[in-house]
Write a protein that binds this ligand. Structure first.
Ligand SMILES: Cc1cc2nc3c(=O)[nH]c(=O)nc-3n(C[C@H](O)[C@H](O)[C@H](O)COP(=O)(O)OP(=O)(O)OC[C@H]3O[C@@H](n4cnc5c(N)ncnc54)[C@H](O)[C@@H]3O)c2cc1C
Length: 287
């Protein structure tokens, strides 16, 4: 199939992009890297009259340390997420996840903001946005607002971004010396969307878990925090008993859809195995 004919405009500022969207009467789509949008156009799952190219808006670019927060511009490409030293140092779960996102050709074009806005529940970056407790800077007609990741992912491919709004940047509280983290996913082949994946960010005081955020992907209609597993770990040393207790409850945190190839019971099993491995890795980081 081929995409329906559309008009194209290249915006050079956020205001220009917002205005173009409004003038199109909402029958428009922003395009960043095009790695998710173009396939949906080709399949006619979307058929907007107007494509607004946001890939040349300078304010959507760049990675900067701002006090205790790292600001990552929405247009930061997947391969930059993999290689940027500031992201590696301050928001390491993104860097750990990046090599698992698609393949080099897609990583050269796809953007972090595009992945988060698209909100595929099987995607790595949206879940890491949850694990890192990032905040999403969104521009709209009424100005700029910041939405915590916990309030951002609403449903399948649905986020707190209203029609016409633009994700400008991702703000991440920088990791601290008493933080430990781990990421992994199970996929049939490297670069495929994961069967189950998870990223964990934990804060320790005297070897005891003070806070922990466990974010799974590919196990529900949105990226999901495993809140019961998190609660079970608070105040505990990360020993075998604590890990087993978290594994015992994690299945209830997840909501995998029916799927003949990876049924819910299989996804829950994989999630338990993955959680055990990641928590074990985090425990060893403290040794
Ligand atoms: C073969 C293949 C394999 C892939 N494998 C994976 C994988 O393993 N894991 C994974 O996570 N992804 C995978 N992807 C998806 C890829 O990572 C996409 O690049 C990413 O999901 C979207 O980023 P983009 O910049 O290309 O967004 P686009 O395709 O340009 O846009 C996607 C959607 O987000 C909107 N959007 C984009 N930027 C903004 C913004 N700043 N503000 C508001 N709305 C915006 C667009 O309007 C559109 O609706 C794969 C893609 C392909 C083609």
């Amino acid at each position: 199939m081929k995409a329906r004919a559309f008009n194209y405009v290249r915006a050079s500022t956020v205001v220009e992009a917002l205005k173009a969207f409004e003038e199109a009467g909402d029958d428009a789509s922003y395009i960043a890297g095009g790695q998710s949008l173009v396939p949906t156009l080709a399949l006619r799952l979307q058929a907007p009259q107007l494509l607004i190219d946001i890939a040349h808006i300078p304010v959507l670019r760049g990675v900067d340390l701002q006090g205790d927060w790292l600001r990552i511009g929405a247009l930061t490409r997947h391969h930059e997420v993999l290689t940027d030293p500031l992201i590696r140092q301050h928001a390491p779960l993104y860097s750990e996840a990046a090599p698992h996102v698609a393949h080099p050709a897609i990583r050269n074009k796809g953007t972090l903001g595009g992945s988060i806005s698209h909100a595929d529940p099987a995607s790595e970056f949206p879940a890491m946005t949850l694990a890192l407790s990032a905040e999403l800077e969104i521009a709209g007609r009424d100005g700029i607002r910041r939405v915590p990741a916990d309030d951002f992912f609403l449903d399948l491919f649905q986020t707190a971004i209203e029609p016409g709004e633009l994700l400008v940047a991702i703000h991440v509280p920088v990791v601290q010396p008493n933080h430990r983290w781990a990421f992994h996913e199970f996929a049939r082949r490297r670069g495929d969307f994961a069967l189950v994946g998870c990223g964990i960010l934990a804060e320790f005081v005297d070897d005891v878990v003070k806070h922990v955020r466990i974010a799974f992907f590919s196990v529900g209609s949105t990226p999901l925090r495993a809140r019961q597993a998190e609660d079970s770990l608070i105040g505990k040393k990360l020993d075998q008993a604590a890990i087993a207790a978290a594994q015992a409850v994690v299945g209830d945190d997840l909501d995998p859809p029916e799927d003949e190839h990876t049924p819910p019971a299989m996804k829950r099993h994989l999630a338990r195995v993955l959680l055990g491995r990641l928590l074990g890795e985090i425990a060893r980081q403290g040794a």
